[in-house]
Ligand binder design. Structure first.
Ligand code: SF4
Ligand code: SF4
Length: 188
């Protein structure tokens, strides 16, 4: 299927939420919830309930739990209706970010990731430790001396990649970001 993006963000949002996620086809069997690591971890997170809320149009009630999904797509692999809760979550996240309803920590993280992608084609840099709190204390403790570890291994302290991304590829990355970020064009 070919999609022409006259209004890129709207088109992407509709494809993911209304077609790919397939919430209208959900029959509430619960296989997605049974296989979901986030549902295993968080008492308030159940993919089956998310699909039900989407069917009922309760999108706003989902804003606070959207960020629990790890985008592993176990739900999509097991759904007998070929649905993808993870794809629906992704679309809802984009909508929350676009409408300013995402938590401040998520907005900050999104801005840092985009800036790094725009400038260097990388998501997190080793120095981006201020965001690790979002991933829990174990991760913070494991990663807090990342730049030192990199130096000991002979890499640059603050490059996530061993080699820079070629300039022509950077141009493509920037064009994609300009097309898809709310408001278009670059941040700062
Ligand atoms: S596995 Fe599919 S059909 Fe079953 S509850 Fe989840 S989304 Fe709905
Ligand atoms: S993609 Fe999200 S909702 Fe689906 S199984 Fe993984 S964590 Fe759960």
């Amino acid at each position: 299927m070919r999609i022409t993006l006259k209004e890129p963000r709207q088109a992407i949002k509709d494809v993911r939420l209304d077609s790919t996620s397939g919430y209208e086809k959900c029959m509430q069997c619960g296989r997605c919830t049974a296989s979901c690591p986030a549902a295993f971890t968080y008492d308030d997170y159940r993919p089956r309930d998310i699909m039900r809320d989407l069917q009922l149009g309760n999108r706003d009630s989902l804003t606070s739990i959207l960020w629990r999904c790890g985008q592993c797509y176990s739900c999509a692999a097991r759904c007998p209706r070929n649905n993808s809760v993870g794809a629906g979550i992704l679309a809802l996240r984009e909508a929350a970010l676009a409408s300013g309803k995402a938590p401040a920590s998520v907005k900050n993280m999104a801005a840092v990731i985009r800036k790094n992608l725009y400038d260097r084609g990388e998501t997190f840099l080793p120095k981006d430790l201020t965001f690790l709190g979002e991933f829990g204390p174990r991760t913070v403790s494991r990663c807090k001396d990342n730049p030192d570890k990199r130096e000991r291994l002979g890499f640059d302290r603050d490059d996530a990649r061993a080699r820079p991304i070629p300039e022509h590829a950077m141009g493509e990355i920037r064009a994609l970001l300009d097309m898809t970020w709310p408001g278009g064009k670059r941040h700062d």
